[in-house]
Design a protein around this ligand. Structure first.
Ligand SMILES: CC(C)(COP(=O)(O)OP(=O)(O)OC[C@H]1O[C@@H](n2cnc3c(N)ncnc32)[C@H](O)[C@@H]1OP(=O)(O)O)[C@@H](O)C(=O)NCCC(=O)NCCS
Length: 171
C-alpha cells in the first residue's frame, strides 16, 4: 500500500473531499453538511492521504455542553474511500483527531454512528451528554462518547453550531 498520512484539510482539498462522500455513503446526501463544516471556524477537518490521493476525511466540530464548562467535539462525518477501507485509515483519523483535540483542552469526543465500529475506536460509553435533538430509540446505542481527559462532562446537553442545527440530521 502507498504511504498514508493525515493533514489538516486545506481549501485545495475541498473538491476531492466532497467527491468522497457519495462514494463512501451512496445512500446518504452529506455534501451540504460537509461543505458547511469545511468552512466553519469551529471545525477541525482532517484529510487522509494514500500516496498523492485523498482517501479519507474526518470533521470534528468543537462544541459546548449545558451544565458544564467542558469543551467537547462532535465527530462526523467520517469517511474512507471504498478502495481504501479496512486498512486502518478511519482509525488513524480518529486517533489524530483525539491527539490534536486533547492537546487543545477538549475533554471528550461524541459521535452518532455505527456502534460496532465506534466501540472498536474507543467510543465505549453510551454518552452521559444528551444529543441536541431527540434520537430515535433504536439509535440510543449509536450515540457514544470517548473520554479524552478527566474534565469530560458527566451530564448536560450538547450545544451545536449552525451546520448541525437540523433535526433531520439526528432522526
Ligand atoms: C466506517 C469507516 C469510516 C471505517 O474506516 P476504515 O478505514 O475502513 O476502518 P479501519 O480500517 O480504521 O477499521 C478499524 C477497525 O474497525 C473494523 N471495521 C471497519 N469498518 C467497520 C464497520 N463498518 N463495522 C464494524 N467494524 C468495522 C476494522 O475491521 C478494524 O478492526 P481491527 O482493528 O480489529 O482490524 C469506513 O469504512 C467508511 O467510510 N465506510 C462507509 C460509510 C460507513 O459505513 N459508515 C458507518 C460508520 S458511521
Amino acid at each position: 500500500m502507498d504511504a498514508t498520512r493525515i493533514t489538516i484539510s486545506t481549501p485545495e482539498d475541498q473538491d476531492a473531499l466532497l467527491a468522497l462522500y457519495p462514494r463512501a455513503f451512496p445512500e446518504e446526501e452529506l455534501t451540504g453538511l460537509v461543505a458547511a463544516l469545511l468552512s466553519h471556524p469551529d471545525v477541525l477537518s482532517l484529510t487522509a492521504w494514500t500516496g498523492l490521493s485523498i482517501a479519507g476525511h474526518a470533521a470534528l466540530t468543537r462544541c459546548s455542553v449545558t451544565e458544564s464548562d467542558a469543551r467537547v467535539a462532535l465527530l462526523g462525518p467520517l469517511c474512507v474511500a471504498p478502495e481504501a477501507q479496512r486498512q486502518g485509515l478511519g482509525r488513524a483519523l480518529i486517533e489524530e483527531a483525539a491527539h490534536q483535540l486533547e492537546a487543545e483542552g477538549v475533554s471528550a469526543m461524541l459521535v452518532l454512528g455505527d456502534p460496532d465500529y465506534y466501540a472498536l475506536c474507543g467510543f465505549d460509553q453510551v454518552s452521559p451528554v444528551e444529543p441536541p435533538y431527540p434520537l430515535k430509540p433504536e439509535w440510543r446505542d449509536a450515540w457514544r462518547m470517548r473520554t479524552l481527559s478527566p474534565q469530560a462532562p458527566e451530564r448536560g446537553t450538547l450545544q451545536v453550531p449552525a451546520p448541525w442545527e437540523d433535526p433531520a440530521l439526528w432522526s
